[in-house]
Design a protein around this ligand. Structure first.
Ligand SMILES: *Cc1c(COP(=O)(O)O)cnc(C)c1O
Length: 408
């Protein structure tokens, strides 16, 4: 008899985006003339930049020749891309890494989801609340949790509330934790973490032999020069942290697929007997066993992001999104909302007025402004009463949405 992995039965139904879809369809049916503006989903809207398109076209042409054809590439990625990453993303910030510490992949969702596989099932996982659901669900699938409780939380996971009171950066937990997922700039709150705040976590991890899983998918949106882009800007982080980066939001690769994970050689995890094991070697083994490389054409496109033209072009697109975020912040602030994020991240996180719950506010915004956002409660219990607006859209659409917010 074939047995199912019962850990999967603990997963709660993917509730948030289906429920948003259901409410939006129902509204659209009842209001066929309403022009609904979607500021809900975390996907980019601008096309790939010309430098990337040119590089990918050239790579396609190469693939059509005997000399330029590429079959399987290195599972860890081509050197032309890892070298561009080291020279542009890390060296200018004083972060020294080796090529062998970078693993190119087809996405950070997979990487942040897969990484837990190489760590023991008895590790205690800590996540922020609200949270990117991938971190939690992949640990549920692996069997690190018990069933969900009524509040939607899983036993065996330590939830660290992030609210306006702590500027959306969690306090150190009072219990001992082993695997700590942090995402800054944050999805969904748009919050950032300072060097001092990250240093506290790095110090905690070093003292407790814990691991930080640092998701930096939104680092390109940082404009404040005092906010670190990489956790490795903190001394000692290379001993305790894995960092995830993606071209998805940085360069519009959500549909093209390229990302990378940094696993430093200095990072150790331990056997039950206390022997220190090189995590880089284990991840290399896992990655090259289960992954056969991101496509040559895609990696050529990603490398073009680091050319002078590519850098300027993606900067212009990021500026367009961040100008949107800035106008969203301004409009909502003028309307009297408490507004967070949107300064170094493409998400604005606002408090629903007058103690309204997230879903009540979602309905009000949909019914009165015909705008779709994302209820904060969908990202975790501590997101209750908050609401996320994405800056990924055309400027004129964002402006129209903000005009309509005045009617709520
Ligand atoms: C969008 C996003 C990513 C990137 O995922 P990809 O699989 O690389 O597209 C990673 N982490 C967070 C929190 C995100 O919002």
């Amino acid at each position: 008899m074939i047995k199912i992995n019962e850990n999967y039965l603990k997963l709660q139904a993917g509730y948030l985006f289906p429920e948003i879809g259901r409410r939006v369809s129902e509204f659209a049916e009842n209001n066929p003339d309403a022009d609904i503006i979607k500021l809900g989903i975390g996907d980019v809207t601008e096309p790939l930049c010309p430098a990337v398109i040119k590089a990918m076209h050239d790579a396609v042409d190469e693939m059509a020749t005997s000399e330029g054809f590429h079959g399987y590439g290195p599972e860890q990625g081509y050197e032309f891309l890892t070298e561009a990453i080291l020279a542009n993303d890390f060296a200018p910030r004083g972060v020294k890494l080796d090529k062998s510490e970078i693993f190119i992949s087809d996405g950070s969702k997979c990487d942040t989801g897969n990484i837990q596989e190489i760590f023991g099932l008895d590790n205690i996982v800590a996540v922020t609340d609200p949270v990117y659901p991938v971190y939690v669900d992949t640990n549920v699938m692996a069997g690190r949790t018990s069933n969900a409780t009524e509040g939607g939380r899983y036993g065996g996971i330590v939830y660290m509330p992030c609210t306006a009171e702590n500027n959306f950066v969690p306090e150190l937990p009072s219990e001992s934790v082993d695997m700590i997922y942090l995402c800054y700039p944050n999805n969904p709150t748009g919050a950032t973490a300072t060097k001092d705040q990250l240093k506290k976590w790095v110090d905690y991890a070093r003292e407790n032999k814990a691991l930080i899983l640092f998701d930096a998918a939104y680092e390109a949106f940082i404009s404040d020069p005092n906010i670190p882009h990489s956790i490795y800007e903190i001394d000692g982080a290379e001993e305790v942290a894995i960092e995830f980066r993606s071209f998805s939001k940085t360069a519009g690769f959500t549909g093209t697929r390229c990302a990378f994970t940094v696993v430093p050689k200095a990072l150790k995890a331990y056997t039950k007997a206390g022997e220190a094991i090189d995590v880089n070697a284990i991840w290399n083994r896992r990655h090259s066993t289960k992954f056969n490389g991101c496509s040559y054409i895609t990696q050529k496109g990603a490398a073009a992001v680091y050319t002078p033209e590519g850098k300027e072009q993606i900067r212009n697109t990021i500026n367009l999104y961040m100008d949107n975020a800035s106008r969203i912040r301004k409009a909502l602030t003028e309307l009297g909302y408490n507004v967070y994020g949107g300064q170094n991240a493409p998400y604005v996180w606002l408090q629903a007025p007058e103690g309204m719950k997230s879903w009540e506010f979602f309905d009000a915004v949909l019914n009165k402004a015909h705008v779709v956002g994302t209820p904060g409660a969908g990202f975790g219990a501590a997101g209750e009463g908050y609401f996320r607006l994405s800056a990924f859209n055309k400027p004129e659409i964002v402006d129209e949405a903000m005009k309509r917010f005045a009617k709520i």
